[in-house]
Design a binder for this molecule. Structure first.
Ligand SMILES: Cc1cc2nc3c(=O)[nH]c(=O)nc-3n(C[C@H](O)[C@H](O)[C@H](O)COP(=O)(O)OP(=O)(O)OC[C@H]3O[C@@H](n4cnc5c(N)ncnc54)[C@H](O)[C@@H]3O)c2cc1C
Length: 428
């Protein structure tokens, strides 16, 4: 399969920008943020808003990692589902965590509106059921309203199939408050605004190591040293050596996106984002020029774009065979960071280094939430970040951890298929 370009659709539709040059010499700051994805950018922005001097170091370009290449779905919650969070920390704590995640969503909504309204591409996300279970869906919607004040809409099978022309789906659960953005342009706009406000941003600048000297941390780069009493690690799974405690607790998980050529199609009749309710589900949406952006699958090794374009196309056609043989113009992978418990890692190491990372596949709201928590902790002494203490960093088990994740994904896929089969049998 020949792709139109090796770049992502987001890169192809974002303006070209000059890179911010690396630093030289010794620089004093209040906070040094390592990593220029959305976690690092929001932290630096919020620290600066509270009157502190922030330096941000990015190894490549702003949002080069997951932040600039994701699905663009923004909505409340975490990579770990609410039922599992309740099981782990109880209902009250789960509600407090969910409220924090909602602050993150609100933050992105507000910033997008303030920076450039066109960053928000459409509204609403529908989670489509692969198994016919109207009472289960209703119970979920009622629980989310009662326990989390989340007003979801239940769509009948008929209503769902009006919007999504496939017999694969039954009920749909719509969150009208979720929305869809152009994540790369959002991160770039946030970076430009942060720089304008005084954040010192340096691209093509990997942090090489961090050491403590009296009251300061010293972050070394190829040609500079940043001296600051606070350092915040926001590198996700892309550098597992810069801080051993966090590096050992985060697994790199690759996931994939493909974008079709512009299509005249009648299968997807909504601008809402769509996710399917399976344990290992797909997600997709219509983007400009009538293209379909289709995401899904996870692996613990990065597959090459042409092969993954084929895989994703097969997934897409298994839901919408009527699309025929659409050409895939763009396909790319991205690395997410996951802790074994699937919740973000937010806190401080024994020697006082901050970390805000491991947002998994639900990072657009939670990176914003974490940036606010970090800035409040550093500038105001606020300790709300401690709510994440129940989800502390734990060793993920090196290569065995990776094998475990891949095996559990295949296991989830298998259970999805078996559940669908059982449901089909029941209806026959
Ligand atoms: C394909 C895909 C689809 C997704 N879809 C969604 C979605 O629809 N909705 C959602 O909420 N979430 C989604 N996610 C998850 C979300 O994108 C991430 O959770 C989030 O972007 C993580 O942000 P981050 O800042 O922690 O990490 P990243 O964005 O990965 O940023 C880390 C940065 O650190 C830099 N870095 C690494 N090492 C160093 C170093 N030594 N010095 C300096 N810099 C360094 C890297 O270059 C990188 O830019 C998706 C992820 C992927 C990959």
């Amino acid at each position: 399969m020949t792709l139109k370009s090796a770049e992502t659709w987001y890169e192809a539709t974002a303006p070209a920008r000059d890179a911010a040059p690396p630093p030289r010499g010794v620089i004093a700051a209040d906070v040094c943020v390592i990593g220029g994805g959305l976690a690092g950018l929001t932290t630096a922005m919020e620290v600066q808003r509270r009157g502190r001097i922030a330096v941000l170091l990015e190894a490549k370009r702003i949002a080069w990692g997951a932040s600039g290449r994701n699905g663009g779905f923004v909505g409340n919650g975490f990579a770990l589902g609410v039922e599992d969070i309740i099981e782990k920390v109880g209902l009250k704590n789960a509600q407090a965590l969910y409220r924090l995640s909602a602050h993150g969503t609100e933050y992105v909504r507000r910033e997008v509106t303030r920076l450039d309204q066109t960053l928000r591409m459409s509204d609403g996300v529908i989670v489509a059921q692969r198994v016919n279970d109207p009472s289960g869906s209703r119970r979920y919607v009622e629980m989310m309203l009662r326990d989390f004040s989340e007003g979801l809409e239940l769509l009948s099978t008929e209503q769902t199939r009006m919007l999504l022309k496939t017999e694969r789906y039954f009920q749909g659960i719509k969150n009208p408050h979720s929305f869809l953005i152009h994540p790369l342009r959002y991160a770039q706009a946030l970076a430009d605004d942060a720089r304008h406000r005084g954040v010192l941003i340096h691209e093509n600048t990997p942090a090489l190591d961090v050491r403590k000297e009296k009251r300061n941390f010293i972050v070394r780069t190829a040609q500079a040293e940043i001296h600051a009493p606070h350092v915040v690690h926001c590198v996700s799974s892309l550098d597992r050596r810069i801080n051993r405690t966090i590096g050992r607790a985060i697994l790199p998980i690759a996931t994939y996106v493909a974008v079709t050529e512009p299509l005249d199609q009648d299968a997807i009749r909504t601008r809402c984002g769509v996710g399917d309710m399976r344990r290992a589900g797909d997600y997709y949406r219509l983007i400009s020029d009538k293209r379909i952006l289709w995401g899904g699958r996870i692996t613990t090794r990065v597959s090459e774009p042409a092969r993954l374009a084929q895989m994703l196309k097969r997934d897409m056609l298994s839901v919408y065979p009527q699309l025929g043989d659409p050409k895939i113009d763009y396909a790319w992978s991205g690395l997410m960071g996951y802790a074994l418990h699937k919740m973000p890692l937010i806190g401080r190491t024994a020697d006082g280094q901050w970390f805000a990372t491991a947002f998994g596949g639900h990072g657009l709201n939670t990176t914003a939430m974490a940036g606010i928590l970090m800035a409040r902790a550093i500038a105001d002494g606020d300790d709300e970040y401690r709510r994440f203490a129940a989800f502390a960093p734990k060793w993920v088990g090196g290569p065995f951890g990776r094998i475990g994740v891949q095996a559990s994904y295949w296991h989830m896929q298998l259970r999805d298929v078996l559940d669908e089969r059982a449901d089909r049998k029941k209806r026959e």
